[in-house]
Design a binder for this molecule. Structure first.
Ligand SMILES: Nc1ncnc2c1ncn2[C@@H]1O[C@H](COP(=O)(O)OP(=O)(O)OP(=O)(O)O)[C@@H](O)[C@H]1O
Ligand SMILES: [Mg+2]
Length: 465
């Protein structure tokens, strides 16, 4: 399963944070280890230097050579040593031995000190060493001289104590750190993805009716800013192109309108002349019918072009919807007189409606016209009701119906199910797309259900104003 980019970013940020914490902890531990060693080594070196200097200046020759008052001298040396060495009490190992094997002074709290000494003596070079003994760590300093050797040792457990303490804190703190990193990561990821979500929302709202809409450019200099800027430039170019096409359709329809009206008027005038032969009259009748169809197509195209560009002037007023339905029904009854069709109004609630009355009339006429055109016999039923803050209008017929595969395209412009059957009745396939636009211009919805050879039901809902 693919995770959302936001989730992937959250985990990536959390991982980077954790890796950084571990990196700083490990480098910190290494620095602490070497730092502590250096401090101990310095103390050991200073003390060793003091002790050997003291020993060499006053006691070396006497202790090596004379044997009688050795004990007295040694006590004196130890006394001097105690006075001089401020860190002496920290030494767990202390051994000063002369070459002839005499131990001048040795001490320390460690048990089995000889064992540790024997380990250290194997080292060939002088200096500081780490020595593990009885499960603990020691830093041992060995300094060999012409007269003998001095060995000093200090505990080197501070580092491990710090690490142990840190481990405890870390074990308690890690769940809290993890939660904080996760929440922080989530916050950062959400912030980073905010422009993407906002852009997707804007893109979702874009349509032919709001071509001037543009994406918000968050940060003009980052990659996303560059992308939105490029997209906005592309939208501007598309808008110019689409506006040109819309204007062309509108202009073409406008230019065709006047000559067609004149043509229709002249044909009507000719048709009314009584001295025409039957043949001429029939030809004139056909020409007149075709001109009327052309006139309707040009009108429809004009309206669609204006609706696309958002230039159609909606004249909204308050009017009685039930009255408009009733009047439409009267027209339909007259038109359907010659067919064996019953036109009924099964329900008609009184409803005050806010909208463009002319357009609503056109909507009902379009749908009624379809119902009449595509119903050979049977019944056409109108109903208007108000329920649950909604106005519902249903127009159902017992006509030829629409095949299931055509239903998804039925609101497309110039879409006709069967061109042969429609042309005979003069349809151009624009009626339903105009109806859909009228419904949506009034914040409504239109649905169509149909079964072949059984009939069609159109349902329109408007929010109650
Ligand atoms: N009530 C209906 N019963 C059966 N078919 C229908 C019905 N209403 C629409 N149709 C089918 O849907 C197609 C599109 O309808 P639409 O109203 O858009 O165009 P039209 O009626 O052919 O032409 P126009 O309405 O522009 O004069 C029609 O050609 C017809 O095949
Ligand atoms: Mg129609």
């Amino acid at each position: 399963m693919k995770y959302a980019i936001r989730t992937q970013l959250t985990f990536l940020i959390a991982f980077v944070f954790l890796a950084l914490i571990f990196f700083f902890m490990i480098t910190g531990a290494i620095a602490l280890y070497f730092g502590l060693n250096e401090t101990i080594d310095q103390q050991l070196a200073i003390e060793s230097k003091r002790m050997t200097e003291l020993f060499e200046s006053e006691y070396c020759d006497l202790l090596v050579e004379t044997g009688d008052n050795r004990k007295l001298l040694r006590d004196e040396f130890v006394e001097d040593l105690n006075e001089m060495c401020q860190y002496k009490h920290q030494f767990v190992l202390f051994s000063l031995t002369t070459n002839n094997g005499r131990r001048v002074y040795s001490g320390g709290e460690l048990k089995n000190i000889q064992l540790l000494l024997s380990k250290v003596l194997f080292t060939l070079q002088d200096g500081c060493y780490n020595q593990r003994f009885n499960g603990r760590f020691y830093r041992v300093y060995i300094n060999r001289k012409g007269w003998g050797r001095l060995i000093l040792g200090m505990e080197n457990e501070t580092f491990f104590e710090v690490v142990d303490e840190f481990k405890e804190i870390f074990l308690i703190g890690i769940p809290i750190i993890l939660v904080l990193i996760y929440l922080g990561g989530k916050f950062l990821a959400r912030r980073a993805m905010r422009p993407v979500v906002a852009t997707a929302e804007t893109a979702d709202k874009m349509s032919l009716t709001n071509l001037e809409q543009r994406f918000f450019e968050y940060n003009k200099n980052d990659e996303f800013g560059i992308l939105t800027k490029t997209l906005n430039n592309m939208l501007a170019r598309l808008e110019t192109g689409i506006r040109r096409i819309q204007q062309f359709t509108q202009d073409a329809a406008h230019e065709l309108r006047t000559p067609l009206t004149i043509l229709r008027g002249e044909l009507e005038l000719l048709y009314q002349q009584s001295d025409l032969s039957e043949e001429y009259q029939s030809a004139l009748q056909k020409a007149l019918d075709r001109t009327i169809i052309l006139n309707k197509i040009v009108d429809d195209l004009m309206l669609l072009a204006q609706s696309d560009s958002g230039q159609y002037p909606l004249h909204k007023t308050s009017f009685c919807l039930d009255q408009v339905i009733k009047e439409t029904l009267e027209d339909v009854k007259i038109l359907g007189e010659s067919y064996p069709i019953e036109v009924v109004l099964s329900q008609c609630d009184e409803i005050e409606f806010w909208g463009d009355e002319q357009l609503i009339r056109r909507l009902f006429l379009n749908l009624a016209d379809n119902a009449l055109k595509y119903t050979q016999q049977g019944r056409i039923d109108f109903s208007l009701k108000s329920q649950n803050n909604e106005i519902e209008i249903k127009i159902s017929d017992t006509g030829i119906g629409i095949p299931e595969e055509d239903l998804p395209h039925i609101f497309d412009r110039f879409y006709r199910v069967d061109k042969a059957r429609t042309t005979a009745k003069g349809g151009s396939g624009l009626g339903l797309s105009i109806s859909k636009w009228i419904v949506e211009a009034h914040d409504g919805q239109i649905q169509i259900e149909s079964t072949l050879s059984t009939g069609t039901v159109i349902t329109i809902t408007f929010p109650q104003s």
